[in-house]
Design a binder for this molecule. Structure first.
Ligand SMILES: Nc1ncnc2c1ncn2[C@@H]1O[C@H](COP(=O)(O)OP(=O)(O)OP(=O)(O)O)[C@@H](O)[C@H]1O
Ligand SMILES: [Mg+2]
Length: 310
């Protein structure tokens, strides 16, 4: 039964001998999501994506892509779906352009007319006629994204697309994902970097040793992590402290060098900033404390096993 929902997975299980690589995984990706599948090395991200792409059989559970079952309805289930797991594979002795042309040919030349545009999109126009064997890892990753786009997908599955890239390459890949999302493509990407998922994704699933320990909106994850703590730097720390203590709903106001930290709900922070300015203070920094989300993430993925929080 076709549906609008890009991904729905229920109770996925995959065992390799004594290892349960994927242990009762549920995922729900809604149209327009940039969905972060976040977890440390060996957590089961690639294995889950392989199941979704119909590359391996699960030992239990079911998956649907736009309502179709990739285990039993190939190739229809991959209609409008593209992506790769781990490193994209190309013919190394052929050029980037030729590799894309071959993919288009498999697809009855569907995307052939767009190849130049795709090469430009992933910033490979200048090297398109060089052999892929001579490409750097970043170039291969970008060619991987271009090859996925040959099929003009509605859903893109990307397995750690920034893996092995330098900071500039990571930034370019993130911009690309952002841009594709802006064009209406739903993206499911795996990552082991919290900061990356925070930057790109609206929804997140955190996986640890095969089990989902959190699934939901990133904003709700922030709330569960208690990241309602803020750091404030102003032109007059003492006056800022007095103003916060006497005239605002800020809680646990504490000085930290020439800065202050305090707790408040996000909507209170707007009022607080106006009040500080009204008191004649200049605000030079007012930022949420990231530490607690990061430590919450490590607690979920590395600490003592915890009960799932969602
Ligand atoms: N074909 C296989 N045979 C045996 N074990 C496997 C196989 N594929 C995966 N595993 C095991 O399943 C677990 C999950 O692996 P998976 O590759 O899905 O993790 P991952 O989250 O993608 O990790 P990474 O961040 O390192 O890519 C690991 O313990 C891995 O060793
Ligand atoms: Mg992997």
């Amino acid at each position: 039964m076709p549906s609008d929902r890009p991904v729905e997975a229920r109770g996925l299980v995959k065992r390799y001998g004594p290892i349960t690589a994927v242990d009762d995984v549920d995922l729900t990706v809604e149209p327009g999501d940039v969905y972060g599948f976040l977890g440390p090395n060996g957590a089961g991200k690639t294995t889950t994506l392989r199941i979704l792409l119909g590359l391996i059989r699960p030992d239990g559970g079911e998956a649907r892509l736009f309502g179709r079952d990739p285990q039993h309805e190939l190739p229809e289930a991959l209609d409008g779906v593209a992506g790769f797991v781990e490193t994209p594979y190309f013919y190394p002795y052929l050029s980037g352009r030729k590799n894309l042309e071959l993919l288009a040919a498999f697809d009855r030349d569907g995307g052939r007319a767009r190849i130049d545009q795709l090469l430009q999109l992933v910033d490979l126009s200048g090297r398109a006629d060089d052999r892929v064997g001579g490409y750097s890892q970043g170039m291969r990753q970008r060619l991987g994204v271009a090859s996925s786009l040959v099929r003009d997908p509605r859903l893109l599955l990307l397995d750690e697309p920034t893996n092995g890239l330098d900071p500039g390459g990571m930034r370019d890949m993130r911009r690309l994902v952002d841009r594709l999302s802006g064009e209406g493509i739903t993206v499911l990407l795996s990552s082991h970097l919290l900061a990356e998922v925070e930057e790109l994704c609206n929804r997140v699933a955190i996986i640890r040793t095969g089990r989902i320990v959190y699934e939901g909106m990133l904003a709700d994850l922030r709330a569960s992590a208690g990241t309602n703590r803020y750091r404030l730097r102003t032109t007059d720390s003492r006056l800022a402290r007095l103003t916060l203590l006497e005239h605002s709903d800020a809680r646990d106001v504490s000085p930290d060098g020439d800065e202050l930290t305090f707790s408040a709900a996000e909507e209170e922070v707007a009022a607080i900033s106006r009040m500080l300015v009204g008191a004649g203070l200049g605000i030079t920094a007012l930022v949420p404390e990231q530490q607690s989300l990061e430590s919450f993430f490590f607690e979920l993925t590395e600490g003592e096993p915890v009960e799932a929080v969602a």
